[in-house]
Design a protein around this ligand. Structure first.
Ligand code: SF4
Ligand code: SF4
Ligand code: SF4
Length: 289
């Protein structure tokens, strides 16, 4: 049997479905003309999971530095996982201008429709179709975010983009329903995480300047500006309206750690749809505003 590699989407369903354990992954040298997968009927059975693990382990070795870079990049944007509040006003003592949960929980952010992190880890095969089709390029292959055994399964990273409010592309193309099909209405009310605001990083507080970019780019108005000092206004997050789309995080100008970032939910929740007049069409120009 020969496998047409130009049509294979690397979903690996054939490996786990073959009752004889006859299909397995094989690293193929680009310089040798070998078959991309082999059917070995007279060799000992190789369990699908072992074969699959070996395949990823080989890939992991080749990309040894990638997971650490990916994980470090997330820490740079959000701050240290479970970092201690230094009492420096980051949560304003009483969480007045934030939701008092500013310490990154270190969880990966799964796309809307994944339902929960644990379910996604089990069902996703890491075929990367959603990654290549995501128009916003927020879906990225993971490093160590899910753990070593789950490397390359996609997670959402709001580096310079966000999950489009009306987009349901990944839920439409996922062949395994690791991302369940969602209507636009369901997508717009699925909460993948909640934005967390750190007043001690925000330039309105640290530099006494106007900003409000996060509020400008929030499609649900979950983050809105409230009076601060003098004529200045500062962001405040309503977690009941936030869907964790990352509009605020991706536009926040504070570096290296953003003053607002999305804290992932372990299990996705549903929020109420904002009133029509509150929904914003967000377009980012060349300058990010
Ligand atoms: S819903 Fe759309 S923008 Fe969001 S992650 Fe999926 S494909 Fe990307
Ligand atoms: S979520 Fe679906 S489309 Fe994306 S990598 Fe996993 S199985 Fe493939
Ligand atoms: S607060 Fe941020 S993450 Fe939440 S809905 Fe608004 S832009 Fe999206």
């Amino acid at each position: 049997m020969k496998i047409d590699s130009s049509r294979c989407v690397d979903c690996f369903n054939c490996i786990s479905s073959c009752p004889k354990g006859g299909l397995q992954f094989k690293a193929v040298s680009p310089f040798k003309h070998q078959e991309t997968a082999a059917l070995k009927t007279d060799e000992p059975k190789v369990k699908a999971n072992e074969s699959r693990r070996a395949f990823f382990a080989a890939g992991a070795t080749i990309a040894a530095s990638f997971p650490f870079i990916s994980t470090l990049a997330q820490r740079m944007r959000h701050g240290k996982k479970d970092g201690k509040c230094k009492g420096d006003g980051c949560c304003n003592g009483k969480g007045k201008h934030g939701n008092h949960k500013h310490k990154p929980n270190g969880l990966p952010l799964v796309p809307p429709g994944a339902i929960s992190i644990e379910r996604f880890k089990d069902v996703c095969t890491g075929c990367q179709i959603c990654v290549t089709r995501c128009p916003s390029h927020v879906l990225k292959p993971s490093g160590l975010e899910y753990g070593f055994d789950y490397m390359l399964k996609p997670h959402m990273a709001y580096i310079d983009s966000y999950c489009n409010y009306e987009c349901t592309v990944c839920s439409e193309v996922c062949p395994t329903h690791a991302i369940k099909p969602l209507t636009k209405e369901e997508k717009a009310t699925t909460q993948v995480g909640v934005a967390t605001f750190c007043i001690n990083r925000c330039i309105v507080n640290t530099e006494g300047t106007d900003c409000g970019a996060c509020s400008e780019h929030c499609p649900t108005q979950a983050v809105h500006m409230v009076p601060f000092k003098g004529t200045l206004t500062i962001p405040e997050v309503n977690p009941d309206l936030c869907i964790g789309c990352g509009g605020c995080e991706s536009i926040c100008p504070v570096r290296p750690m953003r003053a607002i970032f999305v804290q992932p939910n372990k299990i996705q929740k549903f929020v109420e749809k904002p009133k029509e007049e509150e929904i914003k069409k967000v377009e980012i120009d060349d300058f990010g505003f």
